[in-house]
Design a protein around this ligand. Structure first.
Ligand SMILES: Cc1cc2nc3c(=O)[nH]c(=O)nc-3n(C[C@H](O)[C@H](O)[C@H](O)COP(=O)(O)OP(=O)(O)OC[C@H]3O[C@@H](n4cnc5c(N)ncnc54)[C@H](O)[C@@H]3O)c2cc1C
Length: 407
């Protein structure tokens, strides 16, 4: 094992580098990244960075000197991997073959775009630092904002716009926001947070096109024929795994979205090749071996570290059995989710202070939990899910919490 190549220089890729060194790997590490930037953190891009009083710069996780000298990494940035030959064990970068002994795929995901929006100024997805700078510039200019898609990132952008007192409308094709991600009743409760904070919601409505003058956006046309004036349009309509470079490589890609299919140790179908983070569908033994592709920070960090550990020491590879976790900040509220929302039943317990707990049942056990403004409770549900805890006990615990919150 002389050379470990990691493709994707973001959270999962960086954690892979750190973990390989922590686990005693002294060979060569090459980190290949499509963006020109050093690895940086994405969650603040839709939160603090968009606030009027937010930080002016996105700082990298680690300075370049630390990466090059302390972690002894060869950085190939601004250099997307173009292909993979799993027989010759080579990644193609800038037309040249880069040999590897082990490879970690950490290329994350790319935002979906809307037909007819390419090249229209004022229309942005939010994935990168460059996207965030463009959106912040729009907000600084006092934009009337339309967010297309009421998912977590779109909702955070709406929160940031309202925090500046700007008008914002969220357009969502579903009748209930986030109903696929967290279920209808919890989705309805979250939608109330938007309304309570002055964000206009247009639900059950598709977008038929973008209006522009001189290639600058002026509005969003809805399926109903109505038009919403806009100076800034943010697309929050989901992402697809960044795996175009893996087509035909022999690495199994998922039939639904072409994400990389892995077993519970993050091994792909190709020898010596592992995957981690938003790009990877991973079998999770805690949920009956279900393949899960998560778009969560903690998952990318944990999987990045594990993928490199397994890549440099395949004999020590162990199945990962972790309970998914994510958070999202809307207005002054913190939403947190653990486990899975694919459930037989959802029980929503409202709190008097606009807080909320939603529990998700699979069979006779608790499989997921959503809380709003209950940071101390959420990890207690995570523990119960990890232990395959009984549903009735989790419900009783939530009820007791309700009583103490009301008291
Ligand atoms: C705005 C925003 C806010 C978020 N907020 C939260 C939050 O509050 N809570 C939460 O849990 N999660 C949040 N997330 C999700 C979290 O940031 C992601 O799960 C995490 O970044 C995934 O890390 P990753 O390394 O797998 O992929 P990514 O961060 O997507 O990184 C993949 C990297 O690979 C590069 N790449 C792609 N193709 C190639 C190629 N062919 N060659 C080389 N490099 C390539 C990309 O340019 C990118 O730099 C947020 C995400 C965004 C975008």
């Amino acid at each position: 094992m002389r050379r470990l190549v990691i493709v994707g220089a973001s959270l999962a890729g960086l954690r892979a580098v750190e973990s390989a060194r922590r686990n005693g790997f002294t060979g060569e590490i090459v980190l290949v990244g499509a963006e020109e930037h050093l690895p940086y953190d994405r969650p603040p891009l839709s939160k603090a960075f968009l606030r009027q009083d937010g930080p002016a710069h996105v700082v990298p996780f680690r300075p370049e000197r630390e990466l090059r000298e302390e972690l002894d990494v060869d950085l190939l940035l601004g250099a997307p991997a173009e292909g993979l030959d799993t027989t010759a064990r080579e990644v193609t970068v800038a037309g040249m073959g880069l040999p590897y002994d082990a490879l970690v795929i950490a290329t994350g995901a790319t935002p979906r775009s809307l037909a007819g929006t390419a090249g229209v100024a004022g229309v942005h997805a939010l994935r990168t630092k460059d996207d965030a700078v463009s959106i912040r510039n729009g907000l600084d200019a006092g934009a009337r904002t339309v967010v297309i898609g009421a998912g977590f990132i779109g909702s955070e952008v709406a929160s940031a716009a309202r925090g500046r007192g700007l008008p914002v409308t969220v357009v969502e094709a579903l009748d209930v926001p986030l109903s696929r991600a967290i279920g209808s009743e919890a989705g309805l409760a979250c939608a109330e947070l938007h309304r309570a904070n002055g964000t206009e919601l247009r639900l059950g409505t598709g977008v038929s096109g973008i209006e522009s003058t001189g290639s600058r956006v002026t509005g969003v046309r809805l399926d109903s024929g109505a038009a919403l004036p806009a100076d800034l349009v943010v697309l929050g309509i989901g992402v697809t795994p960044a795996t175009g470079w893996l087509e035909g490589s022999g690495v199994d890609l998922h039939e639904s979205d072409r994400g990389v299919v892995c077993d519970a140790t993050l091994a792909t179908s190709a020898p010596g090749v592992y995957a981690a983070g938003d790009v990877a569908h991973v079998a999770n033994p805690l949920f009956d071996g279900e393949l899960m592709r998560l778009e969560h920070w903690t998952n990318a960090a944990e999987q990045g570290a594990a993928a490199a550990r397994h890549a440099v020491d395949p004999a020590g590879a162990r199945a990962l059995a972790t309970v998914p976790y994510f958070w999202s900040d809307w207005y002054a509220h913190r939403l947190q989710f653990v486990g899975t929302a694919r459930a037989d039943e959802v029980a929503v317990l409202r709190r008097d202070d606009a807080g909320l707990v939603a529990l998700y049942r699979r069979g006779d056990r608790i499989a997921g939990a959503l809380t709003v403004d209950r940071p101390k409770e959420i990890m207690k549900y995570r523990k119960r899910i990890a232990d395959s805890g009984p549903w009735t006990e989790a419900l009783a615990f939530a009820d007791a919490g309700k009583a103490s919150a009301t008291a």
